[in-house]
Design a protein around this ligand. Sequence first.
Ligand code: KIV
Length: 268
Amino acid sequence: MRAKDIREKAGEEPITMLTAYDAPTAELVDAAGVDMILVGDSIGNLRLGYESTLPVTVDEIESATAAVARATEDAMVLADMPFLSFGADEDEAVENCGRMLKAADADGVKLESGPHTVELTRRLTQIGVPVQAHLGLTPQRENETGLFRQGTDEEAARRIVDLAERHEDAGAFSLVLEHVPANVGAAVTEAIDIPTIGIGAGPECDGQVLTVDEVIGLSEGVAPFSKAFGDVREEMRDAISGYKDAVESGEFPAEEHSHYEEDVDDLY
Ligand code: KIV
């Protein structure tokens, strides 16, 4: 899938997007026919043990993106640009985003957006880097906004619609809308032609995205707008204690897990 295929799906059929941070998960997500795989900076708190997404580095996203891209055949793979890898120096931002396509084989990048990303989005798309914008709750700004619902009064909601239009005009191929009232999700979807991908933004968006850890039930809890469709955490817990108990009881390794070689019988 390319940016143009995603754009063409807007309003035709629901677009699906999920995160993945490693090759085996990406292989499963891709095989399920999900349209876009996001190597989210949520890797920071979900997989790397950080308290937030802020410490995630360009190297960490690049390495995870490369693993995901190696395992993906059909889905569009997007690298989520981490905090301070863009937004300060534009040349450095272009170089960091370029690394995701050149070295990690991503098909595009996602930028947590604001007024500061409009011109960067224009420059990146002009040079061939597809950009997915991200408005509403942008967790990289959690020190300023907290992790709360955004766009809850008229002025804030209008600012989101205005920024969505400016990013569309700058060339973004789609837009993630996070944790905003469902009617703001609907208004943005109405206002722009590029697809809106909602996460806690109601059912009127052109598509939906969640973190795969929440969907499979690997993370400890889920956000109020998210949903666990499985319980992998419980499965892992059972398998790990099953292994420990079997080693301690002598049940593992059994005959079928062991191999004996006659030639090395009398070593000691
Ligand atoms: O990092 C992430 O996983 C994200 C999605 C939740 C949109 O930005």
